[in-house]
Design a protein around this ligand. Structure first.
Ligand code: NAP
Length: 375
């Protein structure tokens, strides 16, 4: 898995913002046939599934296991609302089980591959993050090839596969053409500090590269598009039993609301979960999106301190820490999302509205109580 750094960097840079090619020349819609969403019980996938159902698509949602009733509850709610014949569940679809995607994508025209572990708790990032991310992408695409019905696969990548933190100038304006060439492991498979973060970042780079390598094969019978969001926030349809089960990006906002995460003067990209879902569907439906990757981030680029200030204003009785740290150079990067906006005038939800949707969800789920928050 570990690669020679120069060769690896050159291969990534060479791919730019159009790493693949367009094979499907027609605009796709519900009339073309059913679609599959992998990782169906996840924070993002639930929004994607609801938007697809709302548009009239027949969806198969694949889950690793249907045994957890709490995780399944939102999907069962969708089945009740839209009909069991509109949302089918494929159980036992595991990134680490090579053939487990076959039945889920069979007869589908479109596949949205969101399933991938996202957390910063890995003791062994290569095993816990990189292997499932890469093997899951390869298994999903192999199943799509076998199905012979799939026209386009939209893969959920990440800004983690774009950002060159510590390498590019502080005020660099990122776009879909950039590739993260600084988070790969050394020749022994070890990551530099912060180890879990760099392990996750590499899992997304390597998985996205695996998707483009698959799509580059002459006999590949579909095309690929990738969506690259940074921190995704907004309304949680997922309602985990405990904070430990909360998805990582929502948990980050919870930490700020709790006063458990001090602000810092570096900027971060944010995007509403509903916008990321819309971006996946736009990349599926617009024929010209095939072969492209799309940076998907709201126009505002606040520092973490500014985010804490917005949250403090929204929730004055929560213990949000807004005092900026002493010193700190301040990384203030920018974003060029013109490629995504080019797909039918795509517009982003303002950051404050997304932070409010996220904060309200956390309050509603009672993870965060006024004046006193669960740690
Ligand atoms: P999430 O709620 O944790 O969803 C992750 C999904 O992946 C879950 O459904 C999970 O299923 C599934 N999964 C993990 N390991 C798996 C495996 N070995 N086999 C099958 N399924 C597996 O997080 P999310 O934020 O919605 O993430 C969805 C996607 O967006 C991921 O690809 C992530 O990298 C990407 N992304 C997220 C953000 C963000 O800020 N949230 C930003 C950029 C990109 P289980 O319930 O069975 O674990």
């Amino acid at each position: 898995m570990a690669s020679d750094s120069d060769e690896w960097s050159a291969a990534l840079k060479a791919m730019g913002d159009t790493p693949g090619r367009q094979r499907c020349k027609k605009a796709l819609s519900p009339a073309d046939g059913p679609v599959c969403v992998t990782g169906a019980s996840g924070f993002l996938a639930l929004h994607l599934i609801e938007q697809l159902l709302e548009k009239g698509y027949t969806v198969t949602g694949s889950v690793r296991s249907s045994a957890d009733e709490t995780k399944m509850a939102p999907l069962l709610g969708f089945q009740k609302k839209y009909g069991e014949d509109k949302l089918l569940i494929a159980d036992g679809v595991d990134c680490l089980k090579a053939d487990s995607f076959n039945a889920a994508v069979s007869k589908c025209v479109g596949v949205f591959h969101t399933a991938s572990p996202f957390h910063f708790n890995a003791q062994n990032p290569m095993k816990e993050l990189v292997e499932p991310a890469v093997q899951g992408t390869s298994a999903c695409l192999t199943a799509c090839q076998k199905a012979c019905t799939v026209k386009r696969v939209v893969v959920t990548s990440s800004f983690a596969a774009i950002a060159n933190l510590g390498k590019y100038p502080f005020d660099y304006k990122y776009s879909s053409k950039d590739w993260n060439t600084v988070s790969q492991p050394d020749k022994d498979g070890q990551f530099s500090v912060p180890i879990p973060q760099n392990g996750y970042r590499y899992s997304k780079i390597a998985a996205e590269k695996a998707a483009w390598d698959f799509a580059a094969k002459e006999d590949c019978n579909f095309d690929v598009a990738c969506i690259n969001p940074p921190m995704i926030i907004g309304t949680n349809y997922n309602a985990p039993k405990s904070v430990a089960d909360l998805n990582t990006s929502s948990a980050t906002v919870l930490k700020i609301l709790n006063g458990a995460l001090a602000p810092n003067p570096n900027s971060m990209g944010w995007v509403d979960v509903a916008d990321v879902a819309r971006a996946h569907i736009a990349a599926y439906e617009h024929s010209e999106a095939g072969g492209h990757r799309f940076l998907c981030v709201t126009d505002e680029v606040p520092t973490w301190t500014e985010v804490a200030e917005i949250l403090k204003e929204l929730y004055p009785d929560l213990p949000v820490v807004t005092t900026p740290p002493e010193g700190g150079a301040g990384l203030k990067f920018g974003f060029d999302t013109s490629e995504l906006k080019g797909l039918s005038g795509f517009r982003f939800t303002p950051l404050q509205a997304s932070l409010k949707a996220q904060g309200d969800s956390l309050l509603n789920q009672q993870f965060c109580k006024r004046r006193k928050c669960e740690a």
